[in-house]
Ligand binder design. Structure first.
Ligand code: RB5
Length: 151
């Protein structure tokens, strides 16, 4: 599985730790930065990471900012992206089982990197349940498609 990952300045230390962790676990990782603690704008990172998932260059995406909120909002503006803010493992599990989330956002000012590793592990190893949830996810796609005609 190929993973796209990115963060803003608030998440850089956690992102670098997660990259090492994921590579050790055998994942292929594409790192979109940022790579310094110099202040940057999370949309500039979220958009290329989300596009990598949207265009199937990567299978899943991981984003980190201070709270996970801003960077996740940006990712969800990209067609086909279902980015779940998961600062806990239970939500990460259900975001896969019920929502078929293809991206996760995490808050470096909310949880520590060890918790992030647990959450990401659950996120990457849990399958979508389909069934009644498929119909709901399909409705998200219908909403996306209806918006496209207005752009
Ligand atoms: C940056 O200071 C902070 O606003 C950002 O990391 C994030 O928390 C926004 O949602």
């Amino acid at each position: 599985m190929k993973i796209a990952i990115g963060c803003d300045h608030a998440g850089v230390d956690c992102k670098n730790e997660l990259v090492k962790y994921l590579v050790n676990q055998g994942f292929e990782v594409k790192d979109f930065g940022t790579n310094t603690t110099e202040s940057c704008d999370y949309p500039d990172i979220a958009f290329p990471v989300a596009k990598a998932v949207c265009f199937n260059e990567c299978d899943r995406g991981i984003l980190i900012c201070g709270t996970g909120v801003g960077i996740g909002i940006c990712a969800n503006k990209v067609n086909g992206i279902r980015c779940a803010l998961c600062n806990d493992a239970f939500v990460a599990e259900l975001s896969r089982k019920h929502n078929n989330a293809n991206m996760i956002s995490l808050g470096a000012r909310v949880i520590d990197v060890e918790k992030m590793k647990q959450i990401v592990s659950v996120f990457l190893s849990t399958q979508f349940e389909g069934g009644r949830h498929q119909k709901r996810v399909d409705k998200i796609t219908l909403i996306e498609n209806s918006q496209k005609t207005r752009n």
